[in-house]
Design a protein around this ligand. Structure first.
Ligand SMILES: [Zn+2]
Length: 245
């Protein structure tokens, strides 16, 4: 009996360690994300057709180099030897539906061209040694375009300088786990703020429920409080995709 119990306890601990290891390794790895956007969607579009749909990014080019290889929709190699993982996003892995569409989109925008990087100051590299960055082409963020086109899902792994929810629109896939997290936050801190029911971020143009952790992370000098939702909307603020105010 004792031996059996010991074995069960050992197996239990091995499982915990294994699960822990898998979850750490899965950071910036595949999640099984797919989409059904046909790769032909962008075939006849020119680069400027695509770029013209987007505003210039607020991200800054910190370094630039020529893109020599597009590995998939969220990883590229540069002629200076750097490997770059697009921060804040995740595209379908090889062999999964949507892989080619996302990869082709990035090839069209980046391959054999000079691209700029805004490297994540909070975390420069992932555990595979790839630089975590916003990739900038002609002043536009490719990370943001991937999300807005529906070619990538949000992958937010703090700490990060960037908040990819700000790059989302109605076409963006936001994994279920982020919503669950936001709701959990809401239930545990419902009376944490009474200076306004909503927190606006004058920098991002988004507004949050006062209970949203992302609202609470807004820097003091960027905060605007709203008593009601309509007020925020009427001033041009867009609802946060996580707390859905
Ligand atoms: Zn929010």
């Amino acid at each position: 009996m004792t031996i059996t119990k010991k074995h069960i306890i050992s197996i239990f601990f091995i499982l915990i360690i294994a699960i822990g290891t898998i979850s750490v390794v899965s950071a910036y790895a595949g999640t099984g994300f797919t989409h059904d956007i046909p790769f032909s969607k962008y075939r006849d579009k020119s680069v400027s057709d695509i770029l013209n749909n987007y505003e210039d990014t607020e991200c800054h080019v910190e370094e630039s180099a020529i893109c020599t290889q597009v590995v998939d929709g969220d990883t590229i190699y540069l002629d200076n030897g750097d490997k770059v993982r697009f921060v804040g996003v995740n595209t379908p892995e090889r062999g999964v539906e949507g892989y080619i569409a996302s990869k082709n989109f990035v090839q069209k925008l980046c391959l054999n061209k000079k691209v700029g990087l805004d490297i994540d100051n909070a975390k420069n590299k992932d555990k595979y040694g790839r630089i975590l960055a916003v990739v900038i082409v002609d002043g536009k963020s490719v990370n943001e375009m991937l999300l807005k086109e529906g070619l990538a899902e949000i992958m937010y792994i703090p700490p990060s300088e960037f908040y990819p929810f700000d790059w989302a629109n109605n076409s963006t896939h936001i994994p279920e786990s982020y919503n669950t997290y936001a709701h959990t936050q809401k239930d545990t801190s419902s009376n944490s703020d009474n200076s306004g029911n909503y927190i606006g971020n004058s920098n991002s143009g988004k507004f949050h429920k006062s209970t949203c952790k992302w609202g609470q992370k807004t820097a003091e000098h960027n905060r605007i409080y709203f008593k009601d939702r309509n007020l925020a909307v009427s001033q041009g603020y867009k609802p946060c995709k996580v707390c859905n105010p």
